[in-house]
Design a protein around this ligand. Sequence first.
Ligand code: XCC
Ligand code: SF4
Length: 643
Amino acid sequence: MAAEQLIKKSDNDGLETAWDRLAKQKIACGFGTAGVCCRICTMGPCRVSLKPGKGAERGICGATADVIVARNFARMIAAGSAAHSDHGRSICYDLLSAAETGDFRIADKEKLIRTAERFDIEAKDKDIYDLAHEVAAQGLENFGSVTETVTFPQSLPPQRLERWKQHGLVPRAIDREVISIMHSTHMGCMADAEALIKLSLKSAIADGWLGSSMATEFSDILFGTPQVRSTEANLGVLEENQVNIVLHGHEPSLSEMLVRAADLPEIKALAESVGAEGINLCGLCCTANEMAMRHGVKIAGNFLHQELAVVTGAVEALIVDVQCILPSLAKLSECFHTKFITTSPKARITGALHIELDERSRLESAKEILNEAIKNYPHRNRDKVFIPDFKEKAYLGYSVEQIISILGGKHETFQDKVDTMSPLVQVIANGSVKGIAAIVGCNNIRITQDENHLEIIKSLIEQDILVVTTGCAAQAAAKHKFLQKNAAQLAGPGLQAVCEALDIPPVLHMGSCVDISRILDLAGCVALNLGVDISDLPLAGIASEYMSEKALTIGTYVVSTGIDTWLGSMPPISGGPEVIDILTNRIKDWVGASFYVEENPHQLAKQVILRINEKRRELGLSHEEEKALSERITRSMPEQQTE
Ligand code: XCC
Ligand code: SF4
């Protein structure tokens, strides 16, 4: 595989990668792993004992293990919400600055009008840019609402909102919930695990249904709503004789400018003048997803490919914005001719060349960045180059709008959108598609890259479960042929027939991690079509290789939305028995779903299949043979592990 070959190359060349640093970490700290280390005040750090009757049972202030674990968990959720939602905020400002003659223009007018409807803004007879600015300003209100009211997407079913109201889970504003957590977890405030977890849920809900949702909607308005297109994925997309420019990070505003700049005749001419056959823009992580869905830009890989891209020796510039960027890239790039360029004031890295995107003229900044990259091409040392011969074709761009058009529906009003879900509801009802599983999230160095994602995808589609995917999981699928239409042959007969009829792969790439809001939107519309709550539907969320705080926040809002969610490793909560009980058990009473933790991908898939069949039975959809199947699986399944 591509990664194996390049890890070997890095060893031979004496380079250090994340795998080497993992080995140096030796055994992870038990207190940190269990979440029972507190350094919230300087009387500490305090750590409480993991064994009853041995060592300290409480911190110096008297905080119990559960309080410490819940406070730490809440802070992770606050950080995750802050990251996605601040990305959303940037896009709001981009929309606010959109102008007919500016760098940012309106690409999808219809989507703008539909989004205006969500915000209850009258679109008729308005200049399109005035409307855009009004929508953006309203969107920004969600961050710091004075009146403590927020505008959820129309696809949030009323039953869901009612449940949140009943349990005190409705966010007041995005920033407010993050700040609330930071305040309540300050020394000497909240000391109640349940209340702390409720704060976490509120912040996560704000992230999914507001911050991330706006990031997605407004990006579509500005840069175009994704449509189905094909691309290629894996490190083999790097080119021997072209200027390889790799974009990594998350916010589409930077990558959109670079895509546009790379197409300018003057930039192409510059590439020719240095002897290159062209410019090869490609992406890593969520930036790759954003660009691939909108422009078919090639995907160099997911999270654990970032260092390996540099190790190929063929990258002229690695350009990054925010999130999931390994600081090690600065030093690693120095071993090659590669320029490592940071662009965001939110993510400066020592040793990188920093070219900040000038707000007044972003296209000019993008040109400057490309100039640096292209002029670097003659410095490539051909003796150091190794590009692995692995790449696969992939279809992506399955936005909800595209799914609607595939289903033969229209999308003039919101009700049209809900009505359009009928064929999807039908195939679920008749059992051709047993359910839908969202496979999302990262790579985690403690797990063999992509292995869990792929195993689970394979097992689920075999059982006629349609998979929707985003983030680094989606790229794992792309690299391994699951985003090809003939992957339907690997699916069960029901799903296979549906895929063939609709000409879709059995795994639908729906975008970047903020685009999990597209999955929420789809789930909400299906629920509205059936007149039920999202928690009644045969859906599942899976993040089997997650590592970031953002991913944990996603898991938390997916559960809060009423979708059972499986994690492939235990978050740092194992030292808090009450916290475990809340997240895997008590939470069901509040939101009708809970977390599951399962390290073994086969077992995880079995549990998901079982749960989906259970949900079908509850909805009155089960058939005899399905009952037999779930019994078979139950027998071969060990007790669920919660540690
Ligand atoms: Fe990052 Fe979004 Fe995780 Fe990938 S999946 S490692 S968070 S890039 Ni979001
Ligand atoms: Fe220790 Fe309490 Fe301070 Fe945490 S807040 S470090 S448990 S004294």
